[in-house]
Design a protein around this ligand. Sequence first.
Ligand SMILES: *[C@@H]1O[C@H](CO)[C@@H](O)[C@H](O)[C@H]1NC(C)=O
Ligand SMILES: *[C@@H]1O[C@H](CO)[C@@H](O)[C@H](O)[C@H]1NC(C)=O
Ligand SMILES: *[C@@H]1O[C@H](CO)[C@@H](O)[C@H](O)[C@H]1NC(C)=O
Ligand SMILES: *[C@@H]1O[C@H](CO)[C@@H](O)[C@H](O)[C@H]1NC(C)=O
Ligand SMILES: *[C@@H]1O[C@H](CO)[C@@H](O)[C@H](O)[C@H]1NC(C)=O
Ligand SMILES: *[C@@H]1O[C@H](CO)[C@@H](O)[C@H](O)[C@H]1NC(C)=O
Ligand SMILES: *[C@@H]1O[C@H](CO)[C@@H](O)[C@H](O)[C@H]1NC(C)=O
Ligand SMILES: *[C@@H]1O[C@H](CO)[C@@H](O)[C@H](O)[C@H]1NC(C)=O
Length: 780
Amino acid sequence: MAPPSVTGFVWIGLLAAGVIAQQGELITDDTYFYGQVPATYPTPQIEDNGPWGEAVSRARALVSEMTLDEKVLLTGGGPTTTGCNGFIPGIERLGFPGLCLQDAGQGLRNTDYVSSFPAGMHVGASWNKRLAHARASALGKEARTKGVNVLLGPAIGPLGRVVRGGRNWEAFSIDPYLTGRLVYETVMGVQANGVITSTKHLVAQEQETHRRPTLEGPFQEAVSSNVDDKTMHELYLWPFYDAVRAGTGNVMCSYQRINNTYGCQNSAAQNGLLKGQLGFQASNAGLDVAMPSGALFWAGNLTQAVNNGSVALERLDDMVTRTLASWFHMGQDQDYPTPGYGIPRSLDTPHEVVDARSKCAKPVLFQGAVEGHVLVKNQNNALPLKSEEMKLISIFGYAAPAPKVNNILGFWRYGAQATNGTVARLGFGGPNNLTAPPIAVNGSIIGGGGSGATSQSLFSSPYDALVAQAYEDDTTLFYDFESGTPAVNPTSDACIIFGNVWASEGYDRVSLQDEYTDNLINHVAANCSNTIVVFQNAGTRLVDAFADHPNVTAIIFAHLGGQDGSKALVSLLYGKSVFSGKLPYTVAHAEADYGRAVGPDVTRYADGGRFSRYPQSDFTEGVFVDYRHFDAENIEPRYEFGFGLSYTTFDYNNLDISITDGDHDDLPSGPVVEGGQADLWDELVTVTADITNTGDFEGMEVAQLYLGIPGENTPVRQLRGFEKPLIAPGETVNVEFTLTRRDLSSWDVVAQKWRLQSGEYTVYVGRSSRDLPLQSTFTI
Ligand SMILES: *[C@@H]1O[C@H](CO)[C@@H](O)[C@H](O)[C@H]1NC(C)=O
Ligand SMILES: *[C@@H]1O[C@H](CO)[C@@H](O)[C@H](O)[C@H]1NC(C)=O
Ligand SMILES: *[C@@H]1O[C@H](CO)[C@@H](O)[C@H](O)[C@H]1NC(C)=O
Ligand SMILES: *[C@@H]1O[C@H](CO)[C@@H](O)[C@H](O)[C@H]1NC(C)=O
Ligand SMILES: *[C@@H]1O[C@H](CO)[C@@H](O)[C@H](O)[C@H]1NC(C)=O
Ligand SMILES: *[C@@H]1O[C@H](CO)[C@@H](O)[C@H](O)[C@H]1NC(C)=O
Ligand SMILES: *[C@@H]1O[C@H](CO)[C@@H](O)[C@H](O)[C@H]1NC(C)=O
Ligand SMILES: *[C@@H]1O[C@H](CO)[C@@H](O)[C@H](O)[C@H]1NC(C)=O
C-alpha cells in the first residue's frame, strides 16, 4: 500500500535556512533540519516528445476538459465499491473509469482465485532474468484479469541494508546490480499486460522501525535516512534507473525521511533524482497521487492552494497529466477490464467468481519455486535422496505442516496464518516499537507478512509434498511437528527438519537466528546421522549453531517459494530438479560480522537524547554493505554472496575481454531519457568465458562477473554481470557479459554524473563472490 502519511505539501517548506541548535541541546523544532535537502524546483514537466509523446498529448487533451475539482479528485485515492487497496475515482462524463491500485509483489493480495508466486527474495536467489520476466508476465496477466490498473510493486527498496529488516524478503537482493537486472525484467513482464507497475519505495527505506511518525504517545517523526550522494547513486538509487528504463508507469515514494525531509516531499529525491536525472515520465504515488486516501486528506487544501495561487495550476495539471499519461501509455483506455472488476469488496458476501489463474502460469510457478532454493551444505552427497533407500524418513519442526487456517478474512489478509497475526496486522499502522517472534510457530510459510503478503488459492506444505512422494516409494513417514525435543527412530534413513524465519512489514526482526530451532536441530542431529535442515526464510538466517555438526548433512535455504514451494523442494530433494539458486545476500558467522547496519537504528523518546524527537539513521558505512563490507574488512563469511551448490560441478575457462570502439569519454554526454543519460547504457566492454559441466547431472550455473573499479575508497569488487545457462554433462557453453558505461563508472559528486575511471579494471568471473577462478584486467 502507498504511504498515506503525507504530512504536508511538497511545494511548501524546505526552503528556509535552519536555526542551528547548540551542540547537545534537545531539538524540538523541525526548522533545525532545514537546508539539508538541496531545494530542487521546479518539478520537471512531463515531456511531449519521446516514447510517451502520444500518451502525454492525449492526457493533456483530457485534462484540458476537466474542472479544477475533477483534477483535484485525480490526485488522490477516493471511495470505491470495489475491494481495491487504492482507487482513483473515475470521471464518467469524460469516459475515464478510474484506476484500481492493488498489492503487490508476490501475487494479488487479499482476494480470491489468484496464484501465489515466489517472493522477491526468492526471485533474487534464482538469479534468472528469463524466469523473472516470465513470473512478472504471469503476475501481470492475473492483475489485468482482475481489473487492476496499477500493481503496487515491485519492491526494490528496502535493498537490504539492515540485515534484520522486516521487508527485505519483498525485494530481490542487497546487491543493486542484481536487483536492477531483475526489476527491469519484472517491470517489462508486468507492463506487457498493460498493467502499470508502481516500483517502490523511493528511496532508502531500509528499516521498519520508526518508519512513520508516532501516531500515539509522545510525538516522534519518522526516521531520517541520511545518505550521502555517492552512496545514494551507487547503491540505493541504482536499481531505480533500471526500473525507469523499463518504463515503470509509477514510482511510489517512501514513508521515512531522507535528510530529514519526508521521501514524498523531498524535492531533491523527486525532482532532482527521479524526474531529473532518471528521466522519469510517469506518475508518482505519494507526490502526484496520495494513496490510499489522499484526496480525503488534501483535496480541500489542494483546491484552496490552487485558488490562492500557492500551488501553480501548471503543477496540478502536470500531476494529473502524468497519471492519465500512464493510463493511455499502457493502453488501458482500450478493452481494459473495469477497474477492480475482480476484486470484490468483501469475500464473505456473494460475489462474481473472477478466476485469474491460468494454465500457462503453472510451469512458471513451479520453476520459479525450484530456482530460488539454495543448497549450502551437502556432505557426502546426502542429497539427492534415493527413493529405493528411503525406508523411513522422520520429519520434524513446526514449519512442516500447513497452518490450520487458509481462509478469507482474519490474518490471512496479512499472510500471517502461521504466526501472531495481531502483530502483523498492527504492522500496517501501529506503533513503531513492535516486536514479533522470530519464527512462525504454527506452520509452513510461503511468503512474509504485510502488504507484500500473498493470498494463495492453494498450496502444498512440505509435509503434504513428502507424503505424495512417500506413497510412491513406500517410505514410512514418522513425524512430530510439536516437540522441541522429539524422539528419533534410530533406523531413520533421513531426518528432515523444517524451520522458518518470519518477517513482516511494520517491524524489524529481533535476531538472525532463534534458539528454539537451533536446539531442535541439535537435538535431532545428536541421534540422526543424516539430518537435513530446511529453512523457509523471509530473510537472512545464521547457521553457525549447527552447520558444522557432522550429522547435519544438508542445509537448504528454501526462502519463500509461493504456492509451489514445497513441490519444488521435494523435486529437488529427490533429484528430479537440480539446485541452481545462489545466495542474494551474505550469510555471516555472527551478527556482528555485518558491521553497524545489522539492525535498525532505534531512538527511544524516553532516552531524552538530542534527537529523541527526530530519529536519525546515518548511512555512514556508505556503499560497504554485505559482501562489499566483508571484502573490505577481510571478514570470512559462513556462506558468501553468490554461493550455492548444485548436484553437478562446473569448470571455468578461457576468459576473454574485448573493448568496443566508440566513445570512451570520461563523462556521458547523451540526453536524459528514461533511465538516465542515454549513453550510460552504451556497451563498452564485452567479456566471455567457457563453462563446462564436469559432473553427472544436467544443471544450470549462475556464472557471475565481478568488477574491481579503480579509484579510492571503492569496493574490492562489485557484481556487474550474471548469466544462467543450462549445461548438459560434459558440455561446454560460452557465456557473454556486456558491461555498460554505467557498469564501469563511479558517481562523481562534483560533476553530478557517472564518471569512467582511469586506471586498471580487474575482471573476475566465477561461481560466487569468493570463488572466482577467472581473473584478468583491462584499461580503458
Ligand atoms: C542528503 O545530504 C547529502 C549531504 O549530507 C547530500 O549530498 C545529498 O544530496 C542529500 N540528498 C538528498 C536526497 O537530499
Ligand atoms: C510502544 O509505544 C507506545 C506508544 O506509541 C507505548 O504506549 C508503549 O508503551 C510502547 N511499548 C513498548 C514495549 O515500548
Ligand atoms: C487541510 O489540512 C489540514 C491538515 O493538514 C486538515 O486538518 C484539514 O481538514 C484540511 N482541510 C480540508 C478542507 O481538507
Ligand atoms: C493557500 O491555501 C493553502 C491550503 O489551504 C494554505 O496552506 C496557504 O497558507 C494559503 N496561502 C495563502 C497565501 O493564502
Ligand atoms: C500476539 O501479539 C499481541 C501483541 O503483541 C500480544 O498481545 C499477544 O499476546 C500475542 N499472542 C500470542 C498468541 O502470542
Ligand atoms: C498457534 O496455535 C495455537 C493453537 O491453535 C494457538 O493457541 C496459538 O495462539 C498460536 N500461536 C500463534 C503465535 O499464533
Ligand atoms: C538420543 O537417544 C537416546 C536413546 O533413546 C536418548 O536417551 C537421548 O536422550 C537422545 N538424545 C537426544 C539428544 O535426544
Ligand atoms: C550422530 O548420530 C549418531 C546416531 O545416528 C550418534 O551415535 C552420534 O553420536 C551422532 N554424532 C554426534 C556428534 O552427535
